[in-house]
Design a protein around this ligand. Structure first.
Ligand SMILES: Nc1ncnc2c1ncn2[C@@H]1O[C@H](COP(=O)(O)OP(=O)(O)OP(=O)(O)O)[C@@H](O)[C@H]1O
Ligand SMILES: [Mg+2]
Ligand SMILES: [Mg+2]
Length: 481
């Protein structure tokens, strides 16, 4: 009985730009700091001051736009978006409305092996708002609210997608790819938890085959990829339940409640703001020299998709491994640096995908926080390749490197871990084990290949795991065969 619905999702993403100073004044953009110390008459909106555009902001916006395959407008302008709320002292936000700096871009995602292009409607520049700190648990129960204007005027780009996504997984994949591209181009810190990358998700459902979009809701307060995915999944079910009961979706802004795992209404369309956009008379239009755009284009680094392709084609990595490694620039750089010292890309990829990511995740650390440096991992892999230590020892050494930041050579020495690869030194132990296990020797000679495994194990036991197992195997076969 129940109808089939198609999910429609579009994302609005705000990224703080990594400039030293704010968008229209020279206050620092540094995160944190004592409240209301990174402020001046311009970002406080005092009368009689004039904003001046930070050229670096424009450069970063163009850089992001080019990386997202956008057209760069040779003429754009700033507009005032009026709203009255204490996080913005001027009672308007300087933003861009009808003539944004970038438009008509796209990026590519891949979900379950299927590639898909997601359109980007526009990328525009705007200023961030301040932070409210409420006296009570919620704004409704607070007797007072405090405001910190340090963040006011920190430069943002807003990246608006087309309503091209059809599932929570696609939305997450889009966000992950967008984050990676912004990280690669170096325009933003892209930390969702710290709020330098923020995402609002617009969601609607429509009967399968319908031409018109359904009524959408907009979800805010999504502070991680997981929150984004969970919130969308929840919202899809909430809307589906309403539609299946014959109800109507109310166009509204909702907030994701991470603790309860639900979305709750913030404000409906009736309460929606009338922003009364108009051109900001304090700022001149932005006119860009195509030559400068070309210079920025030429300075773009290799982007995630191209890099992934290269790791697959030239280095023989699997699509999956290459996707994970290039998913973050920090990890991709780490990989490149290890390979520069130890040119066995597949082995390096295995270690990064296995031990390195496992320990980072278990300790909740970022690549940048790792005590293991690329050069040290390369040294460890060399020691293993040369037979100084076994694969099993290498894992133990790596764990200690990860914990202490010590060099592999130091740990190998301290633990006396050096693998015994000297035939002379092993011969005596091999003799001893053969003498002590006549039954296994007989089994082996009678054709039971497996018996050799037991004998190798005995030699490993005698040498406390330090014997080179390959060599032991060979010595045993020589002696018995
Ligand atoms: N019916 C729909 N279902 C799902 N998403 C939609 C639908 N219609 C539009 N969208 C998406 O909603 C987003 C609208 O963002 P946009 O910034 O243009 O408008 P806004 O939300 O009204 O403005 P703002 O929140 O910045 O004041 C876009 O990402 C768009 O793709
Ligand atoms: Mg918007
Ligand atoms: Mg919106």
């Amino acid at each position: 009985m129940s109808a089939q619905y198609e999910v429609v999702i579009g994302l609005e993403v705000h990224a703080e730009l990594k400039t030293d100073t704010k968008i229209f004044c020279s206050c620092p953009t540094e995160f944190g700091g004592e409240e209301n110390t990174h402020v001046c008459p311009v970002c406080l909106g005092l009368p009689g001051v004039l904003p001046v555009l930070n050229k670096k902001v424009l450069e970063y916006a163009v850089r992001a736009g080019l990386a997202l395959n956008c057209e760069i407008a040779s003429f754009s302008k700033f507009d005032r978006k009026n709203y009255f709320y204490p996080d913005l002292p001027k009672a308007y936000q300087i933003s861009q409305y009808d003539l944004p700096i970038c438009k008509k871009g796209y990026l590519e995602i891949e979900v379950n092996g299927r590639k898909k292009t997601i359109g980007i409607t526009r990328v525009h520049m705007e200023e961030d708002a301040g932070k409210l700190v409420h006296g009570g648990a919620t704004i409704a129960t607070s007797r007072y609210s405090l405001v910190d204007y340090n963040r006011t005027g920190v430069p943002l780009i807003e990246i608006v997608s087309e309503p091209d996504m059809r599932s929570a997984e696609e939305a997450r994949a889009y966000m992950e790819k967008l984050k990676a591209i912004l990280e690669y181009t170096g325009v933003s810190d892209v930390r969702m938890e710290q709020g330098s990358l923020r995402c609002d998700a617009n969601i609607s459902l429509r009967p399968m085959g319908a031409k018109e979009f359904g009524t959408k809701t907009e979800i805010k307060n999504l502070n991680s990829f997981r929150a984004l995915q969970k919130a969308i999944e929840y919202e899809i079910e909430r809307q589906r339940d309403i539609l299946e009961e014959g109800g109507k979706i109310i166009q509204e802004t909702r907030s994701w409640d991470e603790g309860k795992g639900v979305t709750v209404s913030l404000r409906s369309k009736e309460e929606a703001h009338d922003y009364r956009y108009f051109p900001d008379p304090d700022l001149v239009p932005v006119v860009i020299d195509p030559q400068w755009v070309q210079e920025i284009r030429d300075s773009l680094p290799e982007l995630p998709d191209a890099k992934r392709e290269r790791l697959v084609q030239e280095m023989g990595l699997s699509e999956y491994d290459a996707g994970i490694i290039t998913g973050s620039r920090a990890l991709a750089d780490f990989f490149d640096q290890v390979v520069a010292e130890y040119n066995e890309p597949k082995t390096v990829a295995n270690w990064i995908m296995g031990e390195f990511l496992r320990l980072l995740n278990a300790n909740n650390l970022e690549v940048a926080e790792s005590k293991v440096k690329p050069r040290s991992l390369a040294a460890l892999l060399k020691a293993q390749a040369e037979g100084t230590i076994s694969g099993k020892m290498a894992k133990t050494v790596f764990e200690e490197m990860f914990e202490t930041g010590k060099e592999p050579e130091t740990i190998i020495k301290e633990k006396g871990m050096v693998q015994i690869s000297d035939e002379g030194a092993l011969a005596a132990v091999v003799e001893k084990v053969i003498a002590a296990n006549p039954q296994s020797v007989e089994d082996y000679k009678a054709g039971k290949e497996k018996a050799i495994g037991f004998l190798v194990g005995q030699v490993m036991k005698e040498t406390k795991g330090q014997a080179n197992p390959g060599l032991v195997n060979k010595l045993l076969k020589d002696k018995l065969g």
